[in-house]
Design a protein around this ligand. Structure first.
Ligand code: NAD
Ligand code: UDX
Length: 462
């Protein structure tokens, strides 16, 4: 029976996942470790509104379990030593150097974890891949553990995480399924059962799926590829809708009622963002290419090409609608996060749209209810299009939506935060330059109501 869990990586996955395991399994001690002292300090912050990540409901779960059987620490060796099961939940970003640059997953953090476990472990351990990894990574982890270990036995399991940010706690409380892949040997099956027993504390056993380790690893990449593909598919249709007089929301509803298609994940938008979709598809493309499967690679790469196009055409449309120049004009951004109910901005469409507009010398004023100013500056600088001081000349970060929109030529909705719907749009209109434009990248607002006020309103796919 698993009694002591260590999780390496206190990020968007490690933090919430372990908090829920600890809350649901008071008999298991869960220690989440990270190299980043600031992040750990934030997880330990007395004021639960200052946790390092924003997720609805997370504060309550952490509040209940922290100090009881949930601990956050930077003492990685100690936590590894004490644990019988170790989750690896570190980041696996796209490589930015060397072979596979811009495509392959960078596995250096994973390998470091494996080597650290090998060095420290003095008793048998179950090592669980929670990070999203290329298929067959478990073999590499096993090689490292078996060749540099202290003669102890390791079982490697794959247990990919399917939570979506913004709904992480709901998703963890009631997952569609939990997937656990392991070795087909009796020892592998025993390890799988031990992890099944942890989840069975709150998840129905029928929803806990066990497979071989390769199927599990590949299922995660496949799930993200299929989900992203749906968004790119509906976004492709949105452009055709704009040319033909069809309405993408009506099309999405009409096809979604077909039970074979289903209604979820058909919301047309300014393009998908987030740390996962692009990274995981690029990784899939790279893996396919490495096996010489060029048609498979090209097929999936098209999902990314379409998404890049969707972001680009949103900014191009703003420029052409504003009489082909945005130089010196104020464009207000409502939203910067990649979706609502999160403070995560990784790969957010807003970053790319802002970059395009700044290249045209627009003044961009941003308001996001949960994203800090430093993060916005960091995101823009990360693109390396221009210097930090140059970026700062063109971007202003406001503490509320009304100030962001004041004296603006146009408003762009980049994130679908609920609060934008309840704004006093008449007041916003009164304080803007005329003609006043709204470019709704999320099809969030009531276009008819806005047009009645006097706005020129443009949505996606209409
Ligand atoms: P993250 O960047 O938020 O967190 C990763 C953490 O790992 C960081 O705090 C980092 O300091 C820490 N870390 C890195 N190397 C370390 C080491 N050697 N020792 C200790 N700590 C170390 O990343 P994330 O969003 O939580 O994603 C983690 C993994 O989960 C990725 O593989 C990702 O693809 C996958 N995933 C993410 C999501 C999501 O919604 N974010 C969902 C499903 C799966
Ligand atoms: C995704 C997967 O959903 C999740 O299972 C996996 O574990 C991690 O990656 P996440 O990126 O957190 O989760 O959020 P998700 O809800 O999938 O949204 C991703 C992006 O697609 C967001 O930018 C979102 O706005 C966009 N999106 C989503 C659309 O544009 N339209 C949709 O219909 C759905």
């Amino acid at each position: 029976m698993i009694k002591n869990i260590c999780c390496i990586g206190a990020g968007y996955v490690g933090g919430p996942t372990m908090a829920v395991i600890a809350q649901k399994c008071p008999h298991i001690k869960v220690t989440v470790v990270d190299l980043n002292q600031d992040r750990i300090n934030a997880w330990n912050h007395e004021d639960l509104s200052l946790l390092p990540i924003y997720e609805p409901g997370l504060d309550t779960v952490v509040g209940e379990a922290r100090g009881r059987n949930l601990f956050f620490s930077t003492e990685v060796d100690k936590a590894i030593d004490e644990a019988d099961a170790i989750f690896i939940s570190v980041n696996t970003p796209t490589k930015t150097y060397g072979v596979g640059k811009g495509m392959a997953a960078d596995l250096k953090y994973i390998e470091l974890c494996a080597r650290q476990i090998a060095r420290v472990a003095k008793s048998d351990k179950i090592v669980i891949e929670k990070s999203t990894l290329p298929v067959r990574t478990a073999q590499a982890i096993k090689d490292i553990l078996d060749h540099t270990g202290n003669g102890v036995n390791f079982q490697i399991l794959s247990n990919p995480e399917f939570l979506a940010e913004g709904t992480a706690i709901e998703d963890l409380f009631a997952p569609d399924r939990v997937l656990i892949g392991g070795d087909t040997s009796p020892e592998g099956q025993k390890a799988i059962q031990k992890l099944v027993d942890v989840y069975a504390n709150w998840v129905n056993r029928d929803n806990i799926l066990t497979t071989n380790v390769w199927s599990s690893e590949l299922s995660k990449l496949t799930a993200n590829a299929f989900l992203a593909q749906r968004v790119s598919s509906i976004n492709a249709m949105s452009e055709l809708c704009e040319k033909t007089g069809a309405d993408v929301n009506e099309v999405a509803k009409a096809i979604g009622l077909d039970s074979r298609i289903g209604s979820k994940f058909l919301k047309s938008s300014v393009g998908f963002g987030g740390s996962c979709f692009q990274k995981d598809i690029l990784n899939l493309v790279y893996i396919a290419k490495s096996y010489g499967l060029n048609e498979v690679a090209d097929y999936w790469e098209q999902v990314i090409i379409m998404n890049d196009h969707q972001k680009r055409r949103f900014s191009k449309n703003i420029i052409s609608t504003l009489y082909n120049t945005v130089s010196g004009k104020k464009i207000a951004f409502l939203g910067w996060a990649f979706k609502k109910d999160t403070n995560d901005t990784r790969e957010s469409a807003a970053i790319y749209v802002a970059d395009d507009l700044i290249s045209e010398q627009a003044n961009v004023a941003v308001f996001d209810p949960k994203v800090e100013a430093d993060q916005i500056h960091f995101d823009l600088n990360y693109l390396e299009t221009r210097s930090d001081s140059e970026n700062k000349k063109y971007i202003a970060i406001e503490s509320n939506g009304y100030d962001a929109c004041k004296n603006a030529h146009a408003i762009a909705i980049l994130t679908e935060w609920d609060e934008f719907k309840s704004y006093d749009w008449q007041k916003i209109y009164d304080n803007m330059l005329k003609p006043a434009f709204v470019f709704d990248g999320r099809n969030l607002l009531d276009g008819e109501k806005l047009e009645k006020i006097g706005f020129i309103y443009q949505a996606i796919g209409k």
